[in-house]
Write a protein that binds this ligand. Sequence first.
Ligand code: NAD
Length: 476
Amino acid sequence: MDPNSTAETRIADLLDRQHTAFRAEGQPTAEQRRQRIQAVIDMLVAHHEDLVAAIDADFGGRPRGYSLMNDVLGSITTLKDARENLDAWMAPQDRAAFAPYDQLGAGAHVRYQPKGSVGIIGTWNAPLFTLLSPLAGVLAAGNRAVLKPSEVVPRTAALLAEIVTASLDPEVVAIVTGGPDVADALTSLPFDHLVFTGSTAVGKLVMANAAKNLVPVTLELGGKSPTIIGRSADLETAAFRIAVGKATNGGQICVSPDTAFVPRELLEAFIAAVQKAYAELLPTTEGNLDAVAVVNDRHVARVDGYIDDAIARGARVETAPTGPPPTTGRRRPLRLVVDPPADAAIRAEEIFGSAMVVLGYDELDDVIAEINASPRPLALYYFGTDAAEQAHVLDHTLSGGVTVNEVMMHPGLQDAPFGGVGASGMGHYNGREGFAEFSHTRAVFEAAAADPRREWGMLPPFHDGFEAQMAAQVTP
Ligand code: NAD
């Protein structure tokens, strides 16, 4: 590529090459798709150490074991699942033809065909996973892809670009790097599908760009995942599991528990239990190599700003571990913001960091009403052993997914779709549903040799009985 050409020209050139190759190839076989998925797995296996080192450097502290688990193994698991299952997913499905043609030998089926070339834009918080996990379904469905990593993790993005370019055929999987300008250029092009992971605000820009070319979108966005503690919950277990969730990636996860609703009489016990559990996991903040740092100063200022705003509005803030705030580095303790007023910024904005709102409640239906009055969340968590209450919560709310008596587990399901609803996104990846998302589900009708329509007076010139014949079939 000519380094002087604009981002849009360079990406348009890649897209053009992928489209040309796609048309020439026709539908790739299962074996070709497996080989393409395998090439991505092999790339990750060969370069995982360098990749997790780059992520560690970009974050200014992210345990390599965690990056292996979340980004490398998280991606490899989805890629392997697609590799193992794509034969079954690809199989055409017989469908019923309609009368009277079915009785005359007509047939029908649905076939899943690749759409073409898919643009995939990722985030910084899971810089490999948000690109390579959707790529699994995209390749399983027989598509090609252009990846765009987040500019917030520049070392990771540059290294990924280097190894993708060296390991993969750019006519199958290409990569471009850059910030919002490059992402804007990519989403302005006539891809056959776009997968965007990121914030709700930028998701709207992506969809507006995609609309100009009628490009379908999968939007994996964020939101304020509510966490309901029922009165039947085991408080210690709930607090421990929520603390583990908040300690993961420094709270910088799309499905991180954001707001905990706790029965008012249990509020103090819950806060103490979360503090205790969190301090056992991460007893210190500054220099604790098990703690994931906030990715950059802008995000430190953003989350610290929510805390300062809540304090200024009279909210109480408890920390875990307790003690004076860190004076250096970007690691932060967990801040529990207790009952902040409705106009506090932290009540409206996705926290995406080391803090959680804790709200006391009296009636569960008030909690459900508050959740339903807010943008639809990506995840919802319910803790409790009361089956009727659990069913009531699930039946009266909507979220991308749900984990019961735990947090952040449902995104790990390979055999179930992962995605949002409403403000938390649209579409999904993983499993059969992810494969279908990146396929065109094409209906095929195969006519029978015999055509009785003239014999039955159904073609012009219509005989007198035709209208009566039709009218007789208008039945309740
Ligand atoms: P972001 O929206 O700031 O950036 C995401 C990507 O969008 C980056 O690659 C960026 O370059 C690109 N971008 C920026 N401007 C653009 C534009 N005008 N057009 C197109 N693309 C543009 O998000 P972020 O800070 O990287 O990630 C945090 C957000 O992502 C949170 O809201 C979080 O909940 C969400 N998230 C969602 C999931 C999920 O699976 N649903 C996973 C991870 C993160």
